[in-house]
Ligand binder design. Structure first.
Ligand code: PHE
Length: 446
């Protein structure tokens, strides 16, 4: 039997761009600034950074390693490594649950991406240019209460995502991200510059970096940890699926640092582009999800060249969303392909399921909120916990050393230690804390 040659990215650099494309998305530009706003700023940012460093980065190395070693979809990669190390088939479930989590995320992600598409349209037609803030806010509220409007843009975005995935990931995304990611970065920098000149930059900086731990609730810590998983696309097999196409045997450590740093810098830049404008306009950053869809248009509406910059900004947000959404359904598609169902059918089938869920989250905001909360705060950290335990405790350390391509030195030992002890312990503590178990215990002893 002749096996076809395994699909790989053109180079390690293409993998970095694809993984960064997956990581950088609505999470960085839409979600991070507003959850930071809702959770009081500085201290939240610090907890989030700690989670990236102590949980996100170690788990990402583990995910890529499993994908690259297994060279298959997350279920089969987990199964293969488990079998090889004498473990049970149950580990395959981690991939399966991840696949489902990906579809669940897509069910609200594509709705928000649809809003971004609508804003491209609004910006290009100059509709909010010169409008006053109240009008712009009213427009966003109208969009949120119009099922039919949202349905159009949600469907369009879902269709574009499915078309790209159906055409094959390696060729399509690889080329696209090479052009789009640098552009997105450039535009954020331009916006930060604008914000520094026209906004209240020091208020923005103070808000993001002054740490006042008394403002940090237990739930905020869970949200910070959940967001670390969400923003790095971890715990559901997206990065694992992409890792299966990783060419060659280069060290995973450096690659992961690059992706994580890019993702974090872009999230911080997005905050620095937005908060100074929020403060300069006398708004409060705690206002929630509307931050990007109200505050930024307000800024653009006053900017010279605002029509052009606004259009480009929302186009790039849409594209950043697209390079992420593709990775949300890829694990499922890869798995179905492995069952000999052709890629086209697999993609449109899964796309349809996600689309239906999206329709539900358009109509019921409770569905939207539940999908967001359950995936980011429960399913992704749980997936990450299991992956950390699997690679840290189940697999043979020699095999792990070999497959990460890292040198057998202090860096490898530090990574493995964090993966075995710190990350799982951290995730568990945050879970227990948010379940209120600690306060319940405390009450018992009082
Ligand atoms: N990381 C993406 C973002 O920040 C979202 C995502 C989560 C994508 C999980 C893939 C997997 O927008």
């Amino acid at each position: 039997m002749n096996q076809p040659a395994p699909v790989t990215w053109k180079s390690r650099w293409t993998f970095i761009l694809a993984a960064t494309g997956s990581a950088v998305g609505l999470g960085n530009i839409w979600k991070f600034p507003y959850i930071t706003g809702e959770n009081g700023g500085g201290a939240f940012v610090l907890v989030y950074l700690a989670c990236i460093l102590l949980i996100g980065i170690p788990v990402m190395i583990a995910e890529i390693m499993v994908g690259r070693t297994g060279r298959s979809d997350p279920i089969h990669s987990m199964l293969a490594l488990s079998r090889e190390s004498g473990g049970t088939k149950v580990w395959g479930l981690v991939g399966g649950i991840g696949m489902i989590a990906g579809l669940m995320i897509m069910m609200f992600y594509s709705v928000v991406a649809g809003w971004a598409l609508e804003y491209v349209f609004q910006s290009v037609s100059g509709n909010y240019h010169g409008a006053d803030p109240a009008q712009i806010e009213a427009h966003f509220n109208e969009l949120l209460t119009s099922d039919s409007q949202q349905l159009i843009w949600h469907s369009l975005f879902s269709f574009i995502t499915a078309t790209v995935v159906a055409a094959g990931v390696a060729k399509g995304i690889g080329k696209a991200v090479e052009i789009l990611m640098p552009l997105l970065f450039l535009f954020l920098i331009i916006l930060v510059g604008y914000s520094a000149i026209n906004g209240d930059f020091s208020a923005g900086l103070h808000f993001m970096f002054d740490t006042d731990f008394s403002r940090l609730s237990g739930d905020a810590i869970l949200i910070a940890m959940g967001h670390a998983f969400f923003t790095l696309s971890l715990g559901m097999g997206a990065i694992m699926a992409y890792g299966a196409y990783f060419p060659g045997h280069a060290s995973i450590g450096k690659t992961v640092m690059t992706i994580a740093v890019l993702d974090t810098v872009i999230a911080l830049l997005a905050g620095m582009a937005m908060f100074p404008l929020v403060f300069a306009n006398g708004l409060t950053p705690g206002q929630g999800p509307g931050l990007m869809f109200v505050t930024l248009p307000v800024a653009f509406s006053n900017m010279t060249g605002g029509v052009f910059f606004g259009s480009l900004f929302f186009a790039l947000v849409s594209i950043a969303a697209l390079s992420s959404s593709i990775s949300l359904i890829e694990p499922g598609v890869a798995w179905l392909e492995k069952q000999n169902i052709n890629r086209r059918l697999s993609t449109y089938g899964l796309g349809l399921i996600a689309w239906v869920g999206g329709v539900a989250s358009i109509h019921y905001s409770a569905v939207f909120d539940a999908l967001d909360y359950i995936t980011a705060n429960i399913m992704l950290p749980l997936g990450g916990l299991l992956i950390a335990l699997f690679v840290g405790w189940r697999l043979d350390p020699k095999r792990v050393l070999d497959e990460t391509g890292m040198a057998n030195g202090p860096l490898f030992s530090a990574w493995r230690f964090v993966l075995r002890f710190i990350a799982p312990f951290g995730i568990l503590v945050v879970f227990l804390h948010s379940l209120g178990l600690f306060s319940a215990l405390q009450a018992l002893f009082d």
